[in-house]
Ligand binder design. Structure first.
Ligand SMILES: [Zn+2]
Length: 244
């Protein structure tokens, strides 16, 4: 299943999509008030744009992204799959050591809509343990595979102290034949002050191998676009400061 299938609806309208999956009673009451929609959609400090990467760590894509970010002197938030952390712990540690923020994408990259509530809870708990152990502190942010939030995703994340965050702009960098210019242009069309950018440092769910090369090539252009907006580029931790 591609990212496109499930995620487009959520990117455009997280409220409607969440409401479709959640039971009506839960939708109208506690869970959604707890979550708060501007933050769920990724809207934060208007002097800032958050940069996020999903699906890593990846043995080639992640180091290439780290190198580009170091050159730009930018830190970002990495939504890890703990299944990937188990395979490439040294890559996960390098992300932490470079001062980036570790966050939770889950253990397996499976749509929560097609998993039992118990399986979703187990998946999130396991991911928090593994990613927290690498990061040295409890992770704060959660983004489910394909951006599909179910009632189980929301309550499972809440139970372990995670805040769900989706995105306002993406690079469609999982598609085959993607170029750096195309990734940057796609992001630029959706980019606004206070937004959150979704990219991928990994090709594990992409349509072709090596799609992260387009992502890496786009980072200079994206950083320039963000600067032109008068915003700083950085982590979700900075994006959602307590005083903003
Ligand atoms: Zn993903």
């Amino acid at each position: 299943m591609s990212h496109r299938t499930a995620a487009i609806g959520l990117a455009a309208a997280p409220l409607a999509a969440t409401a479709a999956w959640a039971s009506p009673a839960m939708t109208r009451s506690r869970l959604l008030r707890t979550v708060g929609f501007p933050r769920l959609a990724g809207r934060g400090d208007r002097g800032h744009v958050a940069l996020t990467f999903d699906d890593g760590p990846h043995p080639k894509g992640t180091p290439a992204v780290l190198e580009a970010l170091a050159r730009l002197d930018v830190t970002a938030t990495f939504f890890f799959l703990s299944a990937q952390v188990r395979r490439f712990p040294e890559v996960a540690a390098a992300v932490r050591d470079a001062g980036h923020e570790l966050a939770v994408h889950g253990d397996l990259h499976r749509n929560h809509l097609f998993r039992s509530p118990a399986a979703v809870r187990r998946d999130i708990r396991s991911a928090v343990e593994i990613i927290g152990a690498v990061g040295g502190e409890p992770p704060r942010w959660f983004r489910p595979p394909y951006g599909v939030l179910t009632t189980s995703s929301l309550s499972g994340a809440h139970d372990v102290g995670l805040t769900p965050v989706l995105w306002t702009a993406w690079g469609r960098d999982w598609t085959s034949g993607i170029s750096a210019r195309r990734v940057a242009d796609t992001v630029a069309r959706q980019l606004r002050p206070g937004g959150t950018i979704l990219l991928h440092d990994s090709d594990v769910t992409a349509e072709a191998s090596g799609t992260w090369r387009g992502t890496v090539g786009a980072l200079d252009l994206i950083a320039s676009e963000v600067e032109a907006l008068g915003c700083r580029l950085g982590t979700l931790g900075r994006h959602f400061r307590p005083d903003t």
